[in-house]
Design a protein around this ligand. Sequence first.
Ligand code: K2U
Ligand code: ZN
Length: 175
Amino acid sequence: MAVRPIITIPDPVLRIVAEPVTVVDDEIRTLMDDMLETMYAAPGVGLAAVQVGVNRRVVVLDVAREEDDRQPMMFANPEVTWTSQETSVHEEGCLSIPKIYEEVERPARCKVSYLDRDGVLREIHCDGMLATCIQHEIDHLNGILFIDHISRLKRERIVRKFAKAKRLLNAEAAE
Ligand code: K2U
Ligand code: ZN
């Protein structure tokens, strides 16, 4: 297993629509294992393949509380098949947008179909943090970031901040 670098904004890779997994083979299982190791090391509660630069519809997450045993979950080609009318608001962060936290409103419950680590088609019912996290991760597979769900003013301020930081970093590297 390996910890892989996590891509941060404004990298355009975070805006691609990821390619479906054709078969859950050993390469995909190694990717899932590396993504879990990367997520735990961050630390985070979820990670999408595009965040480590892999253009595949793969997501891992673990929403177990810190004091409880780990409960890793791995998804290939996850799709939301149903969402509740009821919504909930959670404070979200993102490993690709470090140190930014904003409240985001999403459907409170959802159903997700996916291929598991053995390529078996499954469907789960999600609520609470699992519903928030899986929707956040599936957004990543569609090039959508959690800041796309907040006000334009706040989003543009965040994007400008990261773009400026990248310009300064590039200028220092050029010296
Ligand atoms: O996609 C990511 O960058 C992983 C996020 C997942 C997340 C989804 C929904 C709500 C919060 C986070 C990271 O785990 S960010 C770290 C984090 C963990 C718990 C709560 C807030 C932020
Ligand atoms: Zn994220």
